[in-house]
Write a protein that binds this ligand. Structure first.
Ligand code: SF4
Length: 329
């Protein structure tokens, strides 16, 4: 039994006031991750500030992008006609995640802050540096089929579980944050952290800061975008590997491209080496394979997840092939 207090905030200011000076206070979105962690005794907040009363608006920006409130639900975002038309990769990624009931509850802000599904993180009998600094990592040398192949460290090989965030990484989203010292914006690629020797730090949010919104910049090539996900079951399963891609063709060559991977690292993985290789290249399977090889050059498995390296290469090639085929119709 965890003894905690609860309040519902009607604004970002109220939420910040609710956090202020309360050690152990946590923000509560839809509760689809935090409540699970509380049930497992992994999270033990002393006070919960419910932020589902914050903005649920999706607004057009003057530049032609979208401003998305942090309390918008996954379902609302995936079903927004502007998202479906201008950023289909985002709608697809959301609909590949979780279940209808969970998507109805889960929020955009909570999605960014959800924690890894590493089995050992959820089991308080196991050693986990993310849960208890310096205790060790039972995933290294343990059963690590779902774990990272890129950007891992000797301290932690966990992966980020979100589908939505993979699409947001490819789309160059901007995270809006508010804290006691005011507001700031963070490019999506800089928001999540690799584990290094501090795997308990998962984002650049400072204590007491709050995600208030996201901006999707205008990105014409995002109209031709695709999310693919390889998983053990066809629904309600996390990605072994996923790919978010957007491509603009100029004749037979790739004029512009965005590519990000999920299920492979502690953060949504923007595939910049692959993007560089693809710019101006012929839109052929050989170019896609070369780009995938470059992106995965530094990848390594930890035993049970060795298969992910080749799986990620093939998923990149397959996704780009599908996208180019659709583009050419
Ligand atoms: Fe903990 Fe990370 Fe190791 Fe999993 S991989 S047990 S989250 S330190």
């Amino acid at each position: 039994m965890i003894d905690f207090t609860y309040e519902k905030a009607g604004s970002a200011g109220q939420a910040l006031a609710g956090l202020a000076g309360k050690e152990g206070a946590k923000l509560l979105g839809g509760g689809t991750n935090l409540v699970d962690l509380m049930r497992e005794n992994i999270e033990r907040p002393t006070h919960l500030v419910d932020v589902t009363g914050l903005s649920r608006e999706i607004e057009d920006t003057p530049e032609g992008g979208l401003l998305i409130g942090a309390a918008v639900t996954n379902t609302a975002l995936a079903n927004d006609p502007r998202v479906k038309q201008r950023y289909p990769v985002l709608a697809q990624a959301i609909l590949y995640g979780a279940s209808g009931q969970i998507r109805n509850m889960a929020t955009v802000g909570g999605n960014l802050l959800q924690r890894t599904r590493c089995y050992y993180f959820y089991d308080s009998a196991c050693r986990c540096n993310k849960r208890t600094a310096g205790s060790g990592c039972d995933a290294i040398g343990g059963y690590n089929r779902i774990h990272a192949i890129l950007g891992a460290s000797p301290s932690c090989i966990a992966t980020h579980p979100s589908d939505m965030c993979v699409a947001l990484a490819a789309l160059d989203a901007i995270v809006h944050v508010r804290g006691k010292d005011g507001t700031r914006t963070i490019p999506f690629q800089e928001f999540h952290l690799l584990p290094g020797d501090t795997p308990h730090l998962e984002t650049v949010l400072q204590p007491g800061e709050l995600v208030t919104a996201l901006t999707l910049p205008p990105l014409s090539l995002a109209r031709s975008s695709l999310y693919t996900k390889v998983r053990d079951r066809s629904s309600f399963a996390f990605a072994l590997v996923s790919v978010a891609a957007a491509v603009k063709l100029e004749g037979e060559t790739i004029g512009d491209v965005r590519l990000a991977l999920g299920g492979v690292a502690h953060k949504p993985w923007r595939a910049l080496a692959a993007e560089r290789s693809l710019h101006g290249a012929p839109a052929t399977p050989a170019s896609f394979r070369r780009a995938a090889e470059l992106e995965l050059a530094g990848a390594r498995g930890y035993g049970h997840n060795d298969f992910k390296v080749e799986l990620a290469r093939r998923a990149i090639v397959d996704t780009l092939e599908q996208l180019v085929k659709e583009n050419s119709r």
